[in-house]
Design a protein around this ligand. Structure first.
Ligand code: NAD
Length: 292
């Protein structure tokens, strides 16, 4: 892609900005035709500082793309019926195309039950069991934002996945499982690893495409990366440096891996910005379907 800087960095920030600009132009087009703006409802529960930062960024990203946002904030001790009643109202609100419930939820709220209450057509994060089932069956649906963002990033950099060995480290519903399905959908041969996988280093060295989503800082060493591999580091870990400063690092030892990888995502600035861009993309996709 000509507009992208070609080094061995997979620049998620740059691609996310391109995607967001494309969405802004698309939304402008609808508004010029006299249509209402797409709307995303954001539900935030409790005081988790990271969640507050994420929500603030997502709402700002909506604004920049011309998407209207509706913010619903609840105290940490909100009851399940109160949350479900809010979701029900949003499901029936004609101006709301997407609904995002920021995770994690406080312990007393069952995540599955809350996500299942969303209308699958408005499931902006793509985590409703219906949409996960659609992904499982290879059918259209709203897709989980982080793995979808990884696929868009690979596509924009022209990475061909067909016949490649892809290794996914981590098997969460949020990242590991869906990205394995999406890579397979593009004809990669996928191996899934987890905390009980034997000889993880060897398995990683077999990867043409290595996706790491374990939540373990610098776990994948440079020596685990096959020369020429494409490395996607999903991990976001906050560590304290020897000088006492706080720093974000991924699950991959970046310096060592970057020496041998053909392409690698940085942390921050890799997968994270793509996740936000896909939230907007899902909202606009839901809006277009809603208009029809
Ligand atoms: P999770 O805790 O739900 O799952 C982690 C997975 O990693 C598990 O399946 C576990 O089996 C595996 N694992 C843990 N330790 C391992 C080890 N030593 N060896 C091999 N496998 C191991 O986490 P998640 O929600 O999938 O998130 C993973 C990481 O990605 C976290 O750091 C999270 O913050 C980050 N994340 C980033 C984004 C983003 O937008 N960049 C989005 C979601 C998650």
């Amino acid at each position: 892609m000509s507009a992208l800087d070609v080094s061995n960095i997979l620049d998620g920030k740059q691609v996310a900005n391109l995607v967001r600009e494309e969405l802004r132009l698309k939304v402008d087009g609808f508004v010029q035709q006299g249509k209402r703006r797409p709307g995303l409802a954001v539900v935030l529960i409790g005081e988790n500082p990271a969640s507050h930062v994420y929500v603030k960024n997502k709402i700002a990203a909506c604004k920049k793309a011309g998407i209207e946002s509706f913010f619903h904030q609840f105290a940490v001790d909100v009851t399940l019926p109160e949350v479900l009643s809010c979701i029900k109202k949003l499901n029936n609100d004609e101006n709301v195309d997407g609904i995002l419930v920021q995770l994690p939820l406080p312990k007393h709220l069952p995540t599955d039950e809350v996500l299942e209450a969303l209308s699958p057509d408005k499931d902006a994060d793509g985590l409703h069991p219906y949409n996960l089932g659609q992904l499982f069956s290879g059918k259209d649906g709203l897709r989980p934002c982080t793995p979808k963002g990884i696929m868009v990033l690979l596509d924009r950099y022209g990475v061909n996945l067909s016949g490649k060995n892809a290794v996914v480290v981590g098997r969460s519903n949020l990242v590991g499982k869906p990205i394995a399905l999406m890579l397979q959908e593009k004809n990669a041969t996928v191996t899934m690893c987890h905390s009980k996988t034997a000889n993880l280093d060897e398995v990683c060295r077999s990867a043409d495409v290595l996706v790491v989503a374990a939540g373990r800082e610098n776990m994948v060493r440079g020596s685990w990366v096959k020369p020429g591999a494409v490395v996607i580091d999903v991990g976001i870990n906050r560590i304290e440096t020897p000088t006492g400063e706080s720093q974000l690092v991924g699950d991959v030892e970046f310096a060592g891996a970057a020496e041998v990888a053909s392409l690698i995502t940085p942390v921050p600035g890799g997968v994270g910005p793509m996740t936000v861009a896909m939230l907007l993309a899902n909202t606009v996709a839901a809006y277009e379907k809603h208009l029809k």
